[in-house]
Design a protein around this ligand. Structure first.
Ligand code: RIB
Ligand code: CA
Length: 327
């Protein structure tokens, strides 16, 4: 029996690999895809998602456009936080490089498919309330849509099998010295989701960085011979190009963060180390967006599970298996 899932994406490059993997996996029943701001504005994340779903021949999967900004983060002044480099990243010819292009490579052409007439938040409330079977949610962008839906209708938590969140980090951060991008973008939404009562499995940077893909892996993926595999390999190579130039040194790999969240739902054995944990989200101040693991906590205080390591070889094998399928 296929696992019933809803994806929540800010399509971007790694989101696109996650969506393609989910739509190609026969063990997942993708009921809907919700889009949100984050890597790009919500207009662009939605357009990229529509084009991808159509290109994969899965235009029947509904896409619901969601929130364009955080719940409350930008309603009051923020502390000055270092969110990394300010200079542009350019290649040897001076061309500006990005990790998430406004139009992803392979999705240059517009498609007929449009988003559904209701927004993502309304969809979550109406759809989940109507369910008799629980649904697994896989949010891989800022958690604004789910934060809003759970604020309006906390009862929908009872209809959720589990929430598998790509986000956060224990010993690793990326957008600030202590936070990962998805959670930093909307800390309040993340705290609402973490505390909603549904089971939560975190897929943080600690896990996604442990299974980064290099150019050889991209070649192996491309060799499976399908459009989806070539599409994913290209996005991964573009990420490697950007990261090798932006962090310098001999970095020759990139983490396809969101695809690990999807693979974790397909076969959780891709995660080789998962801890029971007690997590809250820092909401304001220099460490806003940090996923704070309370290591003092005693077992009856655990409120989630937190992946700390994944298998590179199994992750790559899963991507080749599913993206290598023609349909
Ligand atoms: O920090 C990584 C996360 O932020 C990924 O979901 C990526 O797509 C960006 O949204
Ligand atoms: Ca994402």
């Amino acid at each position: 029996m296929a696992t019933r899932v809803i994806l929540d994406v800010d399509t971007g490059s790694d989101d696109a690999v996650a969506v393609a993997t989910a739509l190609r996996c026969p063990d997942l029943d993708v009921l809907a895809i919700c889009t949100v701001w984050g890597n790009l504005d919500v207009e662009d994340t939605t357009e990229n998602t529509l084009r991808l779903v159509d290109k994969l021949g899965r235009a029947e999967v509904p896409v619901y456009k969601g929130c364009g900004t955080a719940m409350v983060k930008y309603l009051y002044p923020r502390g000055a936080v270092d969110t990394g480099r300010s200079s542009k990243v350019v290649d040897e010819n001076g061309n500006e490089l990005h990790i998430h292009y406004k139009r992803l490579s392979g999705l240059e052409n517009p498609v007929e498919k449009k988003e559904e007439p209701i927004d993502a938040v309304t969809f979550y409330v109406q759809f989940l309330r109507a369910q008799t079977e629980k649904v697994t949610l896989i949010p891989v962008g800022p958690l604004t849509n789910l934060g809003e839906a759970l604020s309006i209708a906390p009862d929908i938590a009872d209809k959720i099998e589990k929430i598998v969140i790509m986000g956060g980090g224990d010993k690793v951060a990326n957008i600030s010295p202590s936070a990962e991008a998805n959670i930093w973008h909307d800390p309040e939404a993340a705290e609402i989701v973490q505390q909603c009562g549904a089971p939560v499995l975190w897929i943080p940077l600690d896990a996604t960085l442990s299974c980064a893909l290099n150019r050889k892996d991209c070649a192996e993926l491309r060799a499976t011979g399908t459009w989806a595999a070539d599409f994913a390999a290209t996005l991964c190579e573009e990420r490697i190009e950007f990261e090798s130039k932006s962090v310098g040194g001999d970095k020759d790999n990139s983490s396809i963060h969101d695809a690990l969240a999807v693979c974790s739902v397909i076969d959780e054995s891709v995660l080789t180390e998962v801890e029971d944990a007690h997590v809250h989200i820092a909401l304001n101040g220099y460490n806003e967006g940090e996923t704070i693991i309370d290591r003092r906590c005693i077992p009856d205080k655990f409120n989630c599970r937190f992946a700390v390591k994944a298998s590179h070889d199994k992750f790559l094998a899963m991507l080749c298996e599913y993206l290598g399928r023609s349909e």
